[in-house]
Design a protein around this ligand. Structure first.
Ligand SMILES: [Mg+2]
Length: 264
């Protein structure tokens, strides 16, 4: 019974809740700008943050992710763990992982190249971040062709400046070649606050590192549980490693509502 497990985990103190945004707390929208939190989520996060340490962990730039949530008093972790802030990033200092600083400039160059080289391709959205950025092709008339064009434009230049290309749902990510990911960031969050319990929820490829980290934390004696939000195209390995699977953002929000009402 999943709820019994959640109850056991959330009976520990101090406890943390860590959420991805897109596809977890907000339905996937045609463009990143159009995405909104599911109704009721802001209130639930506010209530949860009065009784637990709540973090929002996103692949979006930290300001971009925090703007969607806009609740002070949460920890915001952006760009898959590269930047974090205790509270809204425009009210509190933003820290960048030290090793990432060297990749700010090469990332900017690759994003310039993407904007120039893909200007004629319809449906491409380039999102810059403090390090690297995202190139979305969800709106391209032929998404697979758009994906190929992005990859063939950027693969060689990225290799030359020692940056990585990663892929998510209809998006190519330009990333620093660092072992910083959502799993690393999750562990940092737990250690920094000395948490005895933590729950992580996510839905996509980049959440896999955090889902795996949850089982490592459990081996280290932390009461830890992972929730995977299932969509039509969810990766099988995410579902295999999940402790709890919920159906869609609606299922996630139902579970969050139960957690806040019964276990926090
Ligand atoms: Mg997501």
């Amino acid at each position: 019974m999943p709820l019994l497990n959640i109850q056991t985990v959330l009976s520990q103190r101090p406890r943390g809740l860590v959420f991805d945004i897109d596809g977890t707390l907000s339905p996937i929208a045609p463009t990143p700008e159009e995405a909104r939190l599911y109704p009721g989520v802001v209130t639930l996060l506010q209530q949860a943050s009065e009784r637990a340490n709540v973090a929002i962990m996103t692949g979006r730039a930290i300001d971009d992710g925090a703007r969607m949530v806009n609740v002070d008093g949460l920890t915001y972790i952006g760009n898959h763990g590269l930047e974090w802030s205790d509270g809204l990033p425009w009210l509190h200092p933003v820290h960048m992982v030290q090793e990432a600083l060297a990749y700010v400039e090469p990332g900017k160059q690759l994003l310039d190249l993407a904007e120039d080289g893909l200007a004629g391709v319809p449906g491409i959205i380039v999102q810059r971040k403090s390090v690297g950025g995202s190139i979305h092709y969800r709106l391209a008339p032929d998404p697979e062709e758009a994906r190929q064009r992005i990859l063939s434009l950027l693969e060689e230049p990225a290799r030359k400046v020692n940056m990585r290309l990663g892929e998510g749902k209809q998006v190519v990510e330009v990333k620093a070649p660092l072992a910083v990911n959502k799993g690393y960031a999750l562990r940092q969050f737990v250690q920094r606050l000395g948490l005895h319990a933590t729950i992580f929820a996510g839905d996509d490829r980049t959440d896999f590192d955090a889902v795996v980290e949850i089982s490592r934390l459990r081996k280290d004696g932390i009461a830890a549980l992972s929730i995977v939000v299932q969509h039509a195209d969810t990766l099988p390995e995410l579902l295999e490693h999940a402790d709890i699977v919920v159906q869609g953002v609606e299922g996630m929000v139902d579970l969050l509502r139960q957690m806040v009402a019964r276990h926090l």
